[in-house]
Design a binder for this molecule. Structure first.
Ligand SMILES: Cc1ncc(COP(=O)(O)O)c(C=O)c1O
Length: 357
């Protein structure tokens, strides 16, 4: 088998080995289906079992209450930037903690009235609001939208925002990384390709008030209404069958490896090791302010672009990939999602400790 590198990609990203093995086996012959997972009908009993299992395993992981349901859609997290205002209506309030949240706001504003209520753009998106000084949300806000983990900047919320408005969260880059109280959310959505599976499938956990009732404009295309998708069991159109299979396998892996609490402890330990090495290194400065540091994407700079280039070359030679910072921020970024083994983080730390520029 070709050698696999230490994978620090931001997304699509590393997947757990047992998930890749299950996918490999299912590609040729999915159970007793007589064909591979890519070759069976989404209407078949075999696929019905796959989607039910994925839905149930995520439901179990998050203790999803009766009031909420799990959906699998397409169009990435970016399609949700549009579906949210189409379904929740005008008057959304948005917290801007980086590219993805500002894109969500800009998209909403093409559809309905929506406003930004807080932004860390000025400081270079180095922070999310502190829990003790959360932005005031207008009393008449139709919903509050925030991004729980900012993949590009390496910032993350350590709490669920307080609001009376329905709470909508883009959880793309920290979905399945820690326990949360689903009941507090009107909608969670996550492009699976970071922590939860391959690209091409978006996982939603929706309050049924919004997925079984539609209060948007009558001109909203049917395919963009949550009710349409929910009523058809996420199969209004042909779903990403393979993506749903893979997400279900990831959810099972998470369940069998300590659940969301286990993932949180593992992420905490990996992140602590890496931040300690960055903080101790004379050439390195972390990008995120300390209270906002992400446990999924760790971002930092060296003193010069030449040092960063040399470090990337050394990392490449040491069998590592995906450490270049996003083009909009520069510097370095290590995405250390659930599937990135602690040994990979230890290898990165060892390389960093020995790097003198
Ligand atoms: C937090 C966050 N939101 C949204 C997106 C966009 O996701 P997609 O490409 O699935 O539309 C990304 C992708 O990188 C992301 O990290």
């Amino acid at each position: 088998m070709a050698k696999r590198r230490h994978n620090f990609n931001a997304g699509p990203a590393a997947l757990p080995t047992p998930v890749l093995e299950a996918a490999r086996d299912s590609l040729f012959a999915h159970g007793d289906a007589g064909a591979g997972i890519l070759e069976i009908s989404h209407r078949s009993a075999d696929f019905e079992a796959v989607i039910a299992d994925a839905r149930e395993t995520i439901g179990e992981l998050y203790a999803v209450p009766e009031t909420h349901e799990v959906l699998f859609l397409q169009g990435g997290a970016s399609l949700q930037f549009a579906m949210v205002p189409y379904n929740f209506g005008p008057g959304g309030a948005y917290i801007d903690t980086g590219t993805w949240s500002s894109r969500a706001l800009a998209e909403a504003q093409t559809i309905a009235h929506a406003t930004g209520v807080w932004s860390s753009a000025e400081g270079g998106y180095r922070a999310v609001p502190e829990e003790a000084s959360q932005p005031k949300i207008p009393a008449d806000a139709a919903y509050l939208h925030y991004t729980s983990n900012n993949t590009i900047y390496g910032t993350q919320y350590g709490y669920t925002p307080e609001t009376a408005a329905p709470l909508v969260c883009d959880m793309s880059s920290d979905f399945m990384s820690r326990p949360i109280d689903v009941a507090r959310y009107a909608l969670i959505y996550a492009g699976a390709q970071k922590n939860a599976g391959p690209s091409g499938v978006t996982v939603l956990i929706a309050d049924k008030r919004y997925s079984r009732g539609f209060a948007g404009a009558p001109t909203t295309p049917k395919i963009l209404r949550y009710v349409t998708q929910a009523a058809k069991g996420s199969m209004y159109n042909t779903p990403n069958t393979f993506g749903i299979f893979a997400v279900g396998q990831v959810a099972r892996w998470v369940r069998d490896n300590g659940g969301l609490a286990g993932m949180a402890a593992r992420a905490e330990a990996k992140a602590a090791t890496l931040y300690a090495a960055i903080d101790a290194h004379p050439l390195c400065t972390g990008h995120a302010v300390e209270h906002s540091r992400s446990r999924m994407n760790v971002t930092w700079r060296m003193q010069t672009a030449a040092q960063e280039k040399a470090f990337l070359a050394a990392a490449d030679a040491a069998g590592m990939m995906g450490l270049k910072g996003h083009r909009s921020v520069g510097g370095l970024r290590a995405s250390i999602y659930n599937a990135v083994e602690p040994a990979s983080v230890d290898a990165l730390v060892a390389l960093l400790e020995g790097f003198t520029g």
